[in-house]
Design a protein around this ligand. Structure first.
Ligand SMILES: CC(C)(COP(=O)(O)OP(=O)(O)OC[C@H]1O[C@@H](n2cnc3c(N)ncnc32)[C@H](O)[C@@H]1OP(=O)(O)O)[C@@H](O)C(=O)NCCC(=O)NCCS
Length: 418
């Protein structure tokens, strides 16, 4: 970023060289109040080496960081290269001087250079990212199953054997199952073996806070006999009863190829001895909510944002996804941060793809890039934002047609908080 370095109130924004990664880690641990082990620090160091790293410098001292993993995000009908933003922080001595804003500008330039039309992140605080054009693209229901009694289900569980496997064997075993599910639900990342080992299974024991709150090692249960392609799997941790708390199963990921496979995995999790609660984040259309014969046994305890998305290149993002039905309308789009996205465009989309071209026709819909991001993966329909006064329908029926085109069979979901 040397050619377009810029300053904000004495702060220079530029790439963080590898030699400054230790400074970047010190800064991040300061901001997030962490005291990592040497192994975790080494793990973070390796992660940061592979990331896009944009820093805010006061003289030679690093006072702000935005890093981003180079990943692929599943979108309806395909995948898009993305930046998955991480390690966002500014020194407490330099906050609210525009350092984050300037680093985000650096990130947009990097997205353009690398051909990554979408950025995404998990937000520590929801108030931070809307101003940068991010919208909540996926949400989770936190479900809690009362497993003090057998889980009553309306679908007979798949009868194949369930077996616990060594997490070290899991990447090869689980990847085909995970990959097979990717096209059905947007909002997830493609994973290579290293991502499976470090981020998902935490095989080096450095990535997660597994010991916090008394939960034990990650367990992997697989549906299907050895040598068979698994029909599903669950990643979970357990904590025995004590201190007035019930024994609990915490589900980190559950993938299943069918409703009976889903039923088999939940029945297993709900039957683990010395536990009486199963809980975890699930999609808002999770089959469990419908499979449960006694819906009082499965409670939704909260609904929370998962992944925030930012369409950095709106045309590239819109033309990369699939569309459920034909639509042809004119959109007035605002984007205060990235003016190249802003203007009046005709969206023509359907089963054969989409075009997004400048138009001088009267607009059918007026909206901001932030709301477009929230609708993009098929999560929140645009009509919700119209009802909330955040987007405007100029031509009656236009929003209904756009929502029908954006709709996906399954809601997008992101279980993995990288
Ligand atoms: C969040 C953080 C990175 C913001 O950095 P910063 O350099 O102070 O941000 P900026 O000065 O560029 O702020 C830009 C705007 O965002 C607002 N903003 C920044 N952080 C905010 C927050 N946590 N809540 C609400 N608004 C916030 C600022 O008020 C400012 O608004 P304005 O343009 O209307 O004046 C910094 O406070 C921090 O490091 N926090 C602790 C770590 C953290 O939470 N990181 C985010 C992880 S997802």
């Amino acid at each position: 970023m040397t050619s377009d370095d810029h300053s904000t109130a004495g702060i220079d924004v530029r790439d963080v060289p590898e030699t400054d990664i230790d400074q970047a880690l010190d800064l991040s641990y300061l901001a997030f109040h962490l005291k990592p082990s040497d192994a975790t620090r080494k793990y973070h160091h390796d992660l940061l080496r592979a990331c896009v790293r944009i820093g805010a410098y006061d003289g030679g001292r690093l006072v702000g960081l935005v890093a981003a993993h180079r990943l692929s995000l599943t979108v309806p009908g395909g995948q898009l290269p993305c930046v998955a933003v991480d390690f966002v922080n500014v020194a407490p001595t330099h906050r609210r001087r525009g350092a984050l804003t300037s680093m985000m500008d650096g990130l947009w330039r990097r997205c353009a250079d690398e051909g990554r039309p979408i950025a995404c992140l998990w937000a520590s605080e929801s108030a931070i990212y809307g101003r940068f054009g991010f919208g909540i693209a996926t949400e989770a229901y936190h479900v809690e199953v009362d497993s003090s009694r057998p889980l009553a289900l309306r679908v007979a569980p798949d009868g194949r054997p369930l077996r616990l496997v060594d997490p070290a064997d899991a990447p090869a075993l689980l990847a085909p199952c995970y990959d097979a599910g990717l096209p059905h639900r947007a909002g997830r990342f493609t994973r290579d073996e290293q991502w499976w080992r470090q981020q998902v299974l935490d095989l080096e024991g450095t990535a997660s806070n597994a010991d916090q709150h008394g939960f034990g090692a990650l367990r992997v249960v697989v549906l299907g006999a050895p040598g068979e392609q698994p029909g599903g799997y669950a990643l979970y941790r357990t904590r025995g009863p004590g201190d007035g708390r019930p024994g609990t199963v915490s589900v980190e990921e559950l993938e299943a190829e069918s409703a009976p496979a889903t039923a088999a995995l939940w029945a297993y999790l709900a039957a683990i001895d010395l536990t009486s609660t199963v809980r975890g984040p699930r999609p808002a259309d999770d089959p469990l909510l419908y499979l449960a014969a006694d819906r009082d046994q499965v409670r939704v305890t909260s609904q929370e944002p998962c992944l925030w998305a930012r369409l950095v290149d709106v045309r590239a993002a819109l033309t990369a996804r699939s569309w459920a039905s034909p639509v042809d309308l004119v959109v007035d789009l605002t984007d205060a941060v990235l003016p190249a996205n802003e203007g009046r465009f005709r969206l023509t989309a359907g089963p054969d793809g989409a075009t997004w071209e400048p138009s001088t026709d009267a607009p059918d819909i007026v909206l901001d890039v932030r709301e477009l991001a929230a609708c993009y993966l098929g999560g929140t329909p645009l009509r919700r934002f119209v009802q909330a006064g955040l987007a405007t329908e100029r031509t009656p029926g236009a929003v209904r047609r756009l929502d029908a085109a954006l709709e996906t069979a399954w809601l997008p979901f992101t279980g993995e908080n990288y």
